[in-house]
Design a protein around this ligand. Structure first.
Ligand SMILES: Nc1nc2c(ncn2[C@@H]2O[C@H](COP(=O)(O)OP(=O)(O)OP(=O)(O)O)[C@@H](O)[C@H]2O)c(=O)[nH]1
Ligand SMILES: [Mg+2]
Ligand SMILES: [Zn+2]
Length: 329
């Protein structure tokens, strides 16, 4: 077994009454942002207040449903005493640490752009993490006003062919039309917007929740990268005409742009099942324990030769298989 901390959807047991300060009144709430040791919790009435987790290990993430009570010292801050069991949890697992993105999600919007040019390795890793977490994913290609659109579209063709929905839009050039494209996907769901820095995630938030005024940054052409403007994941309600939450059911979660995306929580044996184009042909292999690398009678390698699996995808599979095989299981 690996020695580092493993994340799970399990959460600590409910506090017993004698664990609570005298007279503490318990309330429920939703974690809407996290900032190191403290977080913000939204009450059912829509008020947001600073809360502190109790104990060292109770790590809350955006999307967690919690029980809390007011602190005795400060009347406007709370202590979280219980995290409800999570439906799902999206996280990455680097060699030594885990990084949770959010919990209790209905949809992952994998948000990439024509510029900065997206990395297929990152895209593939994000899709695998989503499959492991059992969350539906949709790929969005933003900035289709820019000249590299056709190249980006071609690079996404294998992902369409393997069954992922790919939506194209330009937030800054299509105005309300972009909103009309994306909003029907989001209604009634909690969606995490995940992608590299500079792709326009916070621009989406400001389109859907203009009062949020999420900070938007420039991108550096020289570095083909954004400037990591967003530093915390934050939950926003999609706004209706008046600026108030449209229905308290449609939410988008902004997140910091990612670079690394460790998948150390995935085993090499699991890997082919988490890549739909590989999985489709893995059933045709002669050996049931085929790793789809050099074995004779491999259905995956045959599909590569026939052009049914793209050269990029098989090379990403092979590299990931090797990387995950070095992890001690
Ligand atoms: N040309 C073009 N630029 C866009 C579009 N959408 C967003 N941008 C620009 O892209 C830049 C980065 O946008 P952000 O919304 O800050 O990107 P982000 O994904 O939130 O980046 P991080 O917070 O760093 O992860 C800004 O200058 C936006 O105005 C688009 O459709 N077309
Ligand atoms: Mg941002
Ligand atoms: Zn095989």
């Amino acid at each position: 077994m690996r020695s580092h901390q493993r994340l799970s959807t399990q959460s600590p047991a409910k506090p017993k009454r004698h664990d609570l300060p005298d007279g503490a009144e318990l309330h429920t709430g939703l974690v809407v942002s996290t900032h190191g040791r403290h977080c913000f919790v939204e009450t059912p009435e829509g008020r947001r207040l600073i809360c502190h987790p109790r104990g060292k290990k109770s790590e809350v993430v955006v999307g967690d449903r919690v029980t809390w009570h007011l602190t005795q010292e400060k009347a406007d801050e709370g202590v979280i005493v219980h995290i409800e069991e999570r439906r799902n949890l999206l996280y990455r697992q680097d060699e030594w640490r885990s990084k949770s993105f959010a919990a209790n999600l209905d949809l992952l919007l994998i948000w990439i752009a024509v510029e900065p040019v997206f990395s297929e390795a990152q895209l593939t890793r994000a899709l695998i993490a989503t499959e492991v977490a059992g969350i539906a994913a949709c790929i969005v290609l933003n900035k289709t006003d820019l000249p590299g659109t056709e190249v980006a579209r071609q690079r996404l063709q294998p992902y369409r062919a393997m069954g992922y929905e790919v939506i194209e839009l330009s937030l800054t050039h299509q105005g309300d039309a972009a909103k009309d494209i994306i909003l029907p996907k989001l209604r009634g769901r909690a969606s995490l917007v995940l992608g590299p820095s500079g792709a326009g995630k916070s621009t989406l938030i400001n389109t859907l929740a203009p009062h949020a005024r999420a900070e938007v940054g420039e991108i550096s052409q020289a570095l083909n990268s954004g400037k990591h403007t967003t530093t915390h994941s934050t939950w926003y309600w999609v706004e209706g005409e008046t600026g108030a939450p449209a229905d308290h059911r449609t939410a988008v979660i902004d997140s910091p742009g990612f670079q690394e995306f460790g998948l150390h929580h995935v085993t090499p044996v699991q890997l082919p099942h988490l890549m739909p184009d590989i999985a489709r042909h893995a059933t045709e292999c002669r050996f049931s324990n085929c790793t789809h690398r050099q074995e004779p009678g491999c259905g995956v390698q045959a599909a590569v030769k026939q052009g049914l699996i793209s050269p990029m995808r098989i090379s990403l599979y092979t590299a990931l298989f090797d990387e995950l095989s070095q992890t001690r299981w």
